[in-house]
Design a protein around this ligand. Sequence first.
Ligand SMILES: Nc1ncnc2c1ncn2[C@@H]1O[C@H](COP(=O)(O)OP(=O)(O)OP(=O)(O)O)[C@@H](O)[C@H]1O
Ligand SMILES: [Mg+2]
Length: 226
Amino acid sequence: MIDIKNLSKIYNLNQNNQVVALDNVSLTVEDGQMLAVSGPSGSGKSTLLNVLAGNLKYDSGEYFYNDKNIARLNNKELAIFRNREIGMVFQNNLLLENNTVFENVELPLLFAKGINKAKRKELCEKALEKASMLEYEGREVKKLSGGQKQRVAIARAIVNLPNTILADEPTGSLDSKMKQDIMSLFKKINENGTTVIIVSHDDFVIDCCGSSVSIKDGKLSQIIKN
Ligand SMILES: Nc1ncnc2c1ncn2[C@@H]1O[C@H](COP(=O)(O)OP(=O)(O)OP(=O)(O)O)[C@@H](O)[C@H]1O
Ligand SMILES: [Mg+2]
């Protein structure tokens, strides 16, 4: 379970360009929930996801993940937390364009260390299969369509079998057919028990999630159950 209480994130604290990106945010996300986070550009959505992923330090408040106080973790523990618990699909996918699909999906397993080559191949192929991208495993990412790249980014996020997937605008640049395919994939992942949190402005995406919150000027609304 994700539990954040009165959490604030301020960029450039005490400087004249200070930005309050998250303003006293409280949010509880149950295991297995599928939650959409919407809100205008600059409202704090990516900041929230990066805090949840353990990528970004916050200035006040608390973040508990399964009763673990994330602020108390040292750098090594934080790296392990990110690698084991969280799968992230970034706003601009952050794939290595000149590497193959397989190499991109394998990366989190290399970071995890101690997973032998045969096991890595098995896990990668399972993730690619789920994302319907197995037939492209040997292809360079730069030779894929936008929707296919998003599928690779999702395969990379699920390869470690994390309990939580965080996705930042995963359907942003896709047409409606591809959008539907990507949302079916997230639903399938969620039905297997994975918590899924998706940032999106898109009503179709928001409707696909069982619940939603919106954020404005760093302030979060109550959870709405769809
Ligand atoms: N590294 C940073 N340094 C300073 N300010 C930042 C930084 N990252 C984000 N901000 C500011 O914090 C606020 C929230 O940004 P954030 O990226 O979380 O918004 P967002 O809701 O994801 O927007 P978008 O929909 O455009 O992706 C914005 O005012 C932004 O300019
Ligand atoms: Mg953003």
